[in-house]
Design a protein around this ligand. Structure first.
Ligand code: HAM
Length: 417
């Protein structure tokens, strides 16, 4: 019986993986340039971490998490996002004693959502978290860093920024918003009505067309920020202007996780259709304390690798592929032995090469050389093995040139940078 993979959980096959490697390599370079260091945390954490960290009333915790009991002992969850686990590790290892920390991570996350383009049940995030800095310059640096990451990959998603207030200004606003929404319950969708009670801020995120004109008129938190939040947001905007980062202020930008205060931001692209956010993040100054640590400000983002891959594909960016420089084609057994030796020699010198270990007909070996994208082929038979002279065939132009087998390393060895 054939067994297929789990719905919404994808294989990334070798033909596609070059895209992922490129994304991750560029991200690592950009993070290193900004002083972010990698952290690796488990994909399984206590359920309570997300209930308390992400929020008991969020869709992620109530509907989307994969939750299970470990032999009836502990309630665990597959991580739906990276922030809570990273904060747990930060606290557990007392990282605050080392001063402000900038960490990044790359890995799979799990949410039991309805799969569609750009939305999967296992997806991959590249995320960063900066701990211990309350000042707006870190917000600016982080948003500019993410913009730079995209720029290096040749794309430019739209940057949306907002302030979602803090404990000083948000509670009064939420009450005002809830009252306003209740008065309009009759013209809002069932989801909005339910969220009005459970999580009124999320109503602003509703995508149902008939709710749009109503919600466009909703009271705005941005106009009701306390002095501290207003000054912080103004400084973030000023800093982005200074660095020449283009952005839009989006007063209806709200995030699906409860931990955010002050700065919230998202990068969106039309190439993604309805799941338009390729990255999202913001400030979470109370989270470390909520999860049992010292009061510590924090800010981070998560970027969806699948979504970024879709954007790069839509932009026509080719999938990078590593190909062998040389493919050895053997005409007979003696040739095979010589090809194996020469291939080993080239590989030791750092030159990627390959051969068809099945041997067999020349035409089939050439076919394989084409499939793997080899740049050159060298045919070796008994004659070539004994004379040490062979022909080097350029696979693209089909031109042939004589080559000494003993000169292959010198010909192909990568020049030191
Ligand atoms: P989030 O907005 O829930 O934030 O997710 C961040 C990104 O992950 C999204 O913009 C999207 O690209 C990708 N993503 C989310 N769900 C899916 C899915 N089902 N399929 C494919 N891609 C998806 C967070 O997770 C926060 N932890 C970000 C953060 C870090 N905030 C502060 N620090």
């Amino acid at each position: 019986m054939k067994i297929n993979g789990v719905k919404g959980m994808n294989d990334i096959l070798p033909a596609a993986v070059g895209r992922w490697q490129e994304i991750e390599q560029v991200a690592r370079e950009v993070f290193a340039l900004h002083g972010y260091r990698e952290v690796r945390t488990p994909v399984v954490e206590p359920y309570a971490l997300y209930a308390r960290g992400v929020g008991e009333a969020t869709d992620i915790v109530t509907k989307e998490m994969y939750v299970f009991e470990d032999k009836g002992e502990e309630k665990l969850a597959l991580r739906p996002e990276g922030t809570a686990g990273t904060v747990r590790a930060y606290i557990e290892h007392g990282a605050h004693v080392e001063g402000p920390q900038k960490w990044f991570y790359v890995g799979p996350m799990f949410r039991r959502e309805r799969p569609q383009k750009g939305r999967y049940r296992q997806f991959h995030q590249i995320g960063v978290e900066a701990f211990g800095i309350a000042e707006p310059d870190i917000d600016v640096e982080q948003i500019a860093m993410l913009a730079d990451l995209f720029r290096r990959l040749g794309v430019a998603p739209v940057v949306h920024v907002n302030s979602v207030g803090d404990a000083a200004c948000r509670p009064a606003y939420l009450e005002e918003l809830r009252g306003w929404l209740r008065e309009r319950a009759a013209v809002l969708c069932a989801d909005c009505r339910e969220r009005t009670e459970r999580n009124p801020l999320r109503v602003l995120d509703c995508k149902v067309p008939s709710c749009q004109p109503v919600l466009a008129e909703a009271p705005r938190l941005l106009e009701r920020l306390c002095d501290g939040c207003r000054a912080h947001f103004a400084a973030v905007r000023q800093g982005l202007d200074d660095l020449g980062v283009a952005y839009q202020v989006n007063p209806r930008l709200v995030r699906g996780l409860d931990y955010y205060v002050r700065t919230a931001y998202e990068f969106t692209s039309d190439a993604l259709g309805s799941q338009s956010a390729v990255a999202g993040g913001g400030r979470y100054d109370g989270l470390v304390e909520t999860l049992g640590g010292q009061p510590t400000p924090g800010i981070g983002f998560g970027m969806g690798e699948e979504r970024l891959a879709l954007i790069l594909e839509a932009a026509g960016r080719p999938v990078p592929r590593t190909v062998p420089e040389v493919f050895f084609v053997s005409a007979d057994d003696t040739g095979r032995r010589e090809a194996m030796r020469r291939a080993a020699e080239l590989r030791r010198a750092g030159v990627a090469c390959d051969l068809d270990a099945r041997g067999g007909k020349l035409a089939r070996q050439f076919k394989q050389a084409e499939r793997v994208g080899a740049r050159y082929a060298v045919v070796i038979g008994g004659n070539e093995a004994s004379s040490g002279q062979a022909k080097l065939k350029d696979m693209a132009t089909r031109e042939e040139a004589p080559v000494a087998l003993s000169g292959l390393v010198a010909r192909f060895r990568p020049t030191p940078a």
